[in-house]
Design a protein around this ligand. Structure first.
Ligand code: FES
Ligand code: FE
Length: 443
């Protein structure tokens, strides 16, 4: 549906100021904007639903959503992964009542229509009396228009005409390839994804992960003071911000002086399991120098790999990988879906250590996670104020011409546009530039 006049005016006002590094708080808590986002952002782009390792066996399934639509993501009895809309074509009831499980069939609780896990309608109670003459082939479950699997990560889009996932990922695909192909076996999910509600708008979280390293020095300072994070916070600002195209942003903390390969501080026995031949020379160069990597895949998929200690006096920092979706639950609320993952071919002991480090820092009650929720919620609350909505401009100028030390890296050998050091908000502007393009496009 077309944008309302009011929503269009708000977005155009934001677009007009963005190149001066000014963003508008009003878009962070607005019902009309939220409704338009469901169609124009989440409805048109690729959404992450599940990792293959969550449904390893035939008939396994998990229940996931895109915006307000719920899908059964399953591995059929034939081994194929499908994404089926969890809406019964009889009267529209939800069919699947568990968050995960294993089943060859799904039966709707209302009148008992029964579907095979490939979506086919195979059972209609009292068929002869009620439906003789019905062509059951036409009344199966609806599938997501397109599904693609990237290094085991299952994505779907609701838009038939969306470019392929690889094309949509633009430069980001290259960086993700680097991370996920370090080991031949790739990654797997550890435990269950955590889910929790934050009373915040999804864009604030996406902005944060796309390139806000600056907040560590204040908001997360205590994690350095007690030894959870052991890379000095100013030192950690050395590295790159990369605008990876289509609104995607990624950021690396790099130690340029280090003679030894860093590989995110994976211990030697893990580095030995890496197959470095999977990487191009350039990818290898970047991985060797990296200590922290954080990013956001447009619109709302974020990830982070870094070494942290769960118990600074007794346990050294252990690399962890968190992959999360900021699932919008309204204009002012997200359900965070938080997966911890690790390279598959590592010892159980190492996986446990990584999981423990992840839980203690980026779990629901983790040292980092708790910090971020508070300012994100206050921003969202402030964005509702009648006066603030109308008058507040926000500063998104860090690293622009004449602001601070960040400079564009002119001969950047990798994809995207890069800046060094990380005192810079170009990734956030890149995110919003793409966001506004999507929101204002009538196609
Ligand atoms: Fe599902 Fe009637 S609504 S069988
Ligand atoms: Fe944070």
């Amino acid at each position: 549906s077309p944008l309302s006049k009011r929503a269009r005016a708000m977005l155009e006002d934001f677009q007009a100021s963005l190149e001066q590094g000014i963003s508008k708080i009003g878009v962070l808590n607005d019902e009309e904007i939220h409704q338009a986002e469901l169609e124009r952002v989440f409805g048109r782009n690729w959404n992450f639903l599940a990792h293959e390792s969550e449904i390893p066996n035939k008939n396994d399934y998990v229940l996931r959503s895109i915006g307000d639509d719920t899908f059964i993501v399953n591995r059929g009895s034939d081994g194929e992964i499908r994404v089926l809309l969890d809406v019964c074509p009889h009267r529209g009831a939800s069919i699947c009542r568990a968050a995960k499980g294993s089943s060859s069939h799904f039966q709707c609780p209302y009148h008992g229509w029964t579907f095979k896990n490939n979506g086919d309608l195979v059972g209609t109670p009292s068929f002869k009396d009620a439906y003789s003459g019905l062509d059951r082939k036409e009344w199966g479950l609806t599938q997501a228009p397109r599904v693609e699997i990237f290094h085991g990560f299952v994505f779907a889009t609701l838009d038939e005409n969306c470019p392929d996932l690889k094309e949509s990922l633009a430069g980001m695909g290259w960086y993700l390839d680097m991370i996920f192909s370090l080991q031949d076996e790739g990654m797997e999910v550890l435990g269950e994804p955590q889910r929790f509600i934050i009373k915040a708008n999804w864009k604030i979280a996406a902005e944060n992960f796309s390139g806000d390293d600056y907040h560590l020095m204040t908001l997360h300072k205590s994690t350095y003071d007690i030894g959870v994070m052991q890379i000095p916070l100013r030192e950690n600002m050395k590295g790159y911000h990369i605008q990876a195209g289509n609104g995607h942003g990624i950021s690396f903390s790099i130690d340029l002086e280090s003679k030894d390969p860093l590989f995110f501080y994976y211990p030697e026995e893990i580095v030995k399991t890496f197959n470095l031949e999977n990487l191009s020379e350039k990818q290898l160069e970047l991985a060797r120098g990296s200590r922290v990597c954080v990013g956001n895949i447009f619109p709302n998929i974020s990830f982070l790999m870094l070494p942290l200690s769960p118990d600074p006096k007794n346990v050294p920092p252990t690399p962890l990988f968190t992959w999360r979706v900021w699932q919008p639950k309204g204009k002012d609320e997200i359900e965070v879906w938080n997966w911890f993952m690790m390279y598959k071919n590592t010892s159980e002991e190492f996986k446990r250590a990584s999981y423990r480090a992840a839980m203690a820092s980026f779990g629901i009650a983790g040292t980092f996670e708790l910090d971020d929720a508070i300012p994100w919620e206050t921003i969202t609350r402030n964005a509702k104020g009648t006066f603030a909505k109308k008058n507040m401009k926000l500063n998104l100028q860090m690293g622009m011409e004449g602001m601070g030390t960040a400079k564009q890296v002119m001969e950047w050998p990798f994809p995207g546009i890069a800046y060094y050091p990380r005192y810079e908000e170009g990734n956030q502007r890149h995110l919003y530039r793409h966001y506004l393009k999507e929101m204002l496009s009538e196609e």
